[in-house]
Design a protein around this ligand. Sequence first.
Ligand code: PEP
Ligand code: MG
Length: 630
Amino acid sequence: MSRTEESGLEARASSPPPPQHKRLKKPPRGDPQFPEQTFRGIAVSAGIAIGAVFGAREPAAEITRHSIEFGEIANEEARLAEAVARSRKQIAKLRSRLGVLPEDSQAEIAPLLDAYAQMLGQSRLVRGASRRIAEQLRSAESAITAEAEEIAAVILAAPDGINDDERVSLKRRADEVHEIARRVVRNLTRQPFRSLAGLPEGAILVAENLRPADAALLDPARLAGVAIEEGGADGHTAVMLRALGIPAVLGAAGIADAAEPGTTAVVDGTGGSVILHPSAASLASARRAVAAFARARQKLARMRHLPAVTTDGHPIELQANLELPIELPLIAQAGAHGIGLLRTEFLFMNRENVPDEDTQAETYRLVIEAMNGDPVSVRVLDWGGEKDIEALTGAGLVSESTETNPALGMRGIRLLLSKPELLETQFAAILRASVAGPTRVMLPMITNVEEVREARTIYASVANRLRRRGDRVADPLPPLGIMIETPGAALSADALALESDFFAIGTNDLTMYTVAVDRGGTEVAHLYDPLHPAVLRLVQFATEAALRLRMPVSVCGEMAANPKYTPLLLGLGIRSFSMNASAVPRVKQAVRGLSIDSCVRLARRVMDQSDGAQIRTIVDQFGRAGPSAA
Ligand code: PEP
Ligand code: MG
């Protein structure tokens, strides 16, 4: 929870935001001439925040290499071409989303994006950069920066006698050239966004894009809220923001261009809107909402010591997902019993090399000990897809992905089995830490039984090696289970159940792969629906396969965190849920008001439907009317 929510106080930037590059003429802060503007987006992390915009246009990426050898010219030209193409794609994507903006904003932003697109075509900028690579043996980054500087200098060397308006307009054009060159350099270097760590206190972060690795660096005690142009409801950035408890809206098209640094903004992470220049009435209502949210949280906190038991006496396991160590204290506060999904990716983020066995073992041990005897399910590295892989590329373990569809490529268990040394190190570290408390080990992105068999062979041989070396490992070995997060795994659940010790159903990826919608994407986000009958059938099939063998099965995707879905999942046979810690009290409240009988009736009704919209209506009705609606 952010400090804003806790205290019910308005968040304010305590120091002025740093000067930033401006692309558009923007209303000065607080100018009554400029009415409030509302942007709609996807509500990804609950809470209301009021604060001053910190417009995080990316700072100039650091160029570490300026010159190249003669033999590298072709490669450098190819790098430039690739980065230019990637930049063009990004601009086209922004352009395609303009339709959702009010007309006057469209009229302002469209010409700017067109100018950017032109500069990324057969322009002087791109041709000049390419020439500098070949003739001056400059790196692509250095070449495009130098060319942009020269073009900007020519633009600014305006004749005397032009008026102020003309001078401002020339300055803007020069800024645009720099801006587009910076974008290309960012695409060339792919440098992480480390400047976010120093955000002014109480700020609202506004940006075009926020990578999961960047979100991991945010300090929830300093940052009031987040509003981002890109991103979807269950992408990893959204997962991180929820974990950090920062009120956030993603997919808010147009916000990055409209939000001037220092402008007052209201982020409604519950309703999914962002207001710039809020009127006095909107501000007053936002302040009331902040206070109401804090009161509701306090009320839910009382759930902490109550058992998670249905009205007909069935105990339900509620655990927490952990993505960052910063969340550890929240787990006990929320009343969760253990960790149902420890995403170990955080250990590999924002660093150049892979953490060694000792470092990993120490981290896992600290987490396991902190749970005081409650179980911890450690998932081995699920890297790839939308997550970046600096540590792995830095260590030379993988080359940068050039796949058209990274989510369908080298991800999760596939990467680990192709680099067994990674998996061996992680297994060894977890096994050593497992003596500190009950532990389970989980494999991500499984699609077939071979992957489980191969991983199990490695698991056993690592355990033997540790024993031979004199290390203590838990005896018997911690259960080795799998994530069910691909349709392939769900539909092979009966075979996979014979190879696994438990299932954890990851509804985020399962939904994405089933309905073919990027979980972190914006454009078709409305089609991403965990209540799609196909997703529910897969959940049902996998759950029943596990229950037939009396094998533990849980849900640890974001679906588990939504109390609206709790009755349906209970009705399908799920008795163990893992979610971001802050959701535990709400789900517990739901559990304590439900009987398994009514949930089973609800699930039967739902599973008879073939239409997602109808399912949503039934689930909503049940939520409003309670068990009588079943
Ligand atoms: C999931 O896919 O539902 C899941 C829990 O894993 P992640 O969100 O880390 O991909
Ligand atoms: Mg997943």
